[in-house]
Ligand binder design. Structure first.
Ligand SMILES: NC(=O)C1=CN([C@@H]2O[C@H](COP(=O)(O)OP(=O)(O)OC[C@H]3O[C@@H](n4cnc5c(N)ncnc54)[C@H](O)[C@@H]3O)[C@@H](O)[C@H]2O)[C@@H](O)CC1
Ligand SMILES: Nc1ncnc2c1ncn2[C@@H]1O[C@H](COP(=O)(O)OP(=O)(O)O)[C@@H](O)[C@H]1O
Ligand SMILES: [K+]
Length: 515
């Protein structure tokens, strides 16, 4: 699903109004009616007090329209105008008058002493600020937002939680409404998916407000949300007469004394994702462990006993996954550097491979084009330096990926794959995956996909999706707490089957999960 910037959505508004020869207030009526329908279909007239807080722009206008419909349907609703300025938008004013015509008198709030009492059993609709926020809310408006947050009532935000921007960091983290549900217009916003801003919302849903489909289809975006619909076209079916030679021979290099498990997880995940053959290249101490742990994986051992000392192998791999459990001992570092300087095979690099690259940045120049790096935030910072916020992190990652022609998977709750100035934001996965070894599994999966002929970008995007999906299916049996990295491997097959099982769940995120 495309993620548009605020500027693109404003442009879509304009084009829709012009093309359909409608007034902007018609669009507002339609958008806010969708919000009303959403609430009405769930509340079915229940007499729960609803507080609708409206700003003075078009987000506030949406709130006024919503308030009118709720009143006309007999809801117990109070509409407030958060009167922080006299510069009311035209459509706000129009709907302010319509509300009065409907015999409803909104309460004007002009300062701190005028905040209404809200109990935790009430419902709050936040229509204070939308995409037009241009500075941090302050003074009594900020205090009102905190008053709303403190009430802990079920809070529905219209378009965005007030205080959040669509594609940059809020200036003041204390001046943001915490929303249980965001009913967002036409497309989700980037800020919903990044850890520092995503925490302000529990769930979101897209309301199709009928913005011009032609414009939306034709407009290029630099950000995409990756769900089943996006990965299905990437899937390559197996041919009846194919054999293991058709699916590539992956080499997994890594491991050290006490961390051979990382390689066995990566190797097994690589095979389970469909690689034809997998060989593990590990220090001598891991030979028997690996042969017993994963009999399907072949093993070549390094001359180093407890860690890798000199990477030499007598085979021509299709792709190499390197780094898990490898350590950064001097000998290993030299061996890795020498390997990188001479290697020409496609690479996927994780963990200590990334740490060595961060310490010896000149090695980055020797990486093959579209090498896949899979850093968690700590590894990423070592590579690209500190960032000021999540948005800056992605900008810096884009620049770094461009400089060295890389595919970078920024791992996290919504892992983001960065390549050619574009962002692919994953929707699968859950907090159960915050467990040792799950990154090793991902390295194996991406390596296994490249092995079968997927290009590195597709392998990264598809691999991250399948990895999260496998864990989402697994937690039904294991719980979040009980999920182990090896369980993710056990459910990779289910994640493939699930691709064809049922249609994409509705565009709705419930605490990080699909409905
Ligand atoms: N064409 C339309 O009429 C549509 C409008 N829509 C709604 O319109 C919203 C955008 O409306 P607007 O552009 O009017 O923006 P907002 O409703 O977010 O309000 C912006 C107003 O608040 C002021 N402001 C911004 N930051 C402030 C701060 N920190 N403190 C005090 N004042 C501040 C601005 O100067 C401006 O007057 C969307 O989010 C959506 O809810 C939707 O209904 C879709 C259709
Ligand atoms: N809260 C979460 N929600 C979704 N995915 C998560 C969450 N926490 C971790 N993950 C995923 O689990 C993996 C963890 O990788 P990593 O930090 O390298 O672990 P390790 O080094 O232990 O293998 C990543 O793919 C990450 O996206
Ligand atoms: K809002």
């Amino acid at each position: 699903m495309k993620i548009f910037t605020a500027e693109q959505l404003y442009e879509a508004d304009k084009i829709t109004i012009k093309k359909n020869k409608i007034a902007s207030s018609d669009l507002m009526e339609h958008a806010a009616t969708q919000v009303f329908t959403w609430i009405h279909s769930r509340m079915q007239g229940a007499p729960v007090p609803i507080h609708v807080f409206c700003g003075i722009g078009n987000n506030g206008g949406d709130g006024l329209v919503l308030g009118r419909h709720l009143l006309q349907h007999g809801y117990k609703v109070q509409v407030y105008v958060v009167n922080f300025s006299d510069q009311r938008s035209e459509d706000f004013l129009l709907n302010y008058n319509r509300l009065k015509d409907a015999e409803c008198w909104p309460t004007l709030i002009k300062g701190e002493g005028e905040f209404p009492k809200i109990t935790k059993d009430d419902i709050v609709v936040d229509a204070i600020f939308g995409l037009g926020l241009n500075r941090a809310p302050e003074g009594w408006v900020k205090a009102l937002m905190q008053h709303v947050n403190d009430a802990r009532a079920y809070t529905i935000a219209v378009d965005v939680p007030s205080g959040l921007y669509a594609n940059s960091a809020p200036d003041d983290m204390e001046a943001v409404v915490h929303a249980n549900m965001v009913l967002t217009f036409q497309a989700p916003k980037l800020s919903f998916f990044l850890p520092e801003t995503g925490k302000f919302l529990q769930s979101w849903e897209v309301l199709d407000i009928g913005l011009d489909p032609e414009y939306l289809n034709a407009t290029d975006v630099t950000m995409q949300l990756i769900g089943k619909q996006e990965v299905l076209p990437m899937y390559v079916p197996r041919q009846k007469y194919s054999h293991k030679g058709n699916y590539g021979h992956s080499l997994i290099i890594g491991g050290s004394f006490g961390k051979i498990g990382a390689v066995s997880l990566a190797g097994k995940a690589c095979l389970t994702t469909g690689a034809g053959l997998v060989t593990a290249y590990i220090p001598e101490c891991g030979y028997e462990i690996l042969q017993i742990a994963v009999p399907e994986v072949m093993v070549t051992s390094d001359p180093g006993k407890r860690q890798i000392a000199d990477i030499k192998f007598d085979m021509a791999p299709t792709v190499i996954g390197v780094g898990p459990g490898m350590g950064t001992d001097d000998q290993t570092r030299n061996a890795f550097a020498e390997f990188i300087r001479t290697n020409e095979c496609p690479l996927v690099i994780d963990a200590d491979g990334l740490n060595i690259l961060a310490a010896e940045k000149e090695l980055l120049e020797s990486l093959p084009a579209k090498t896949v790096l899979t850093p968690h935030p700590g590894e990423l910072e070592r590579l690209i330096g500190a960032w000021t916020d999540d948005f800056d992190k992605l900008e810096k990652t884009k620049a770094f990926a461009k400089k060295y022609d890389l595919v970078i998977v920024v791992k996290g709750a919504h892992s983001v794959t960065v390549c050619d100035q574009k962002l692919y934001i994953n929707t699968t996965g859950n907090p159960g995956m915050a467990t040792g070894g799950s990154g090793d599994v991902l390295l194996g999966m991406i390596t296994g996909l490249i092995s079968q002929g997927y290009d590195p970008l597709q392998a990264a995007v598809f691999g991250v999706y399948l990895h999260g999906r496998a864990a989402d299916i697994a937690v039904n049996d294991t719980s979040y707490q009980g999920l182990l990295a090896s369980d993710i491997i056990d459910y990779i097959g289910d994640a493939f089957i699930d691709l064809f099982k049922r249609p994409e769940p509705p565009v709705h995120e419930e605490e990080g999960k699909h409905e």
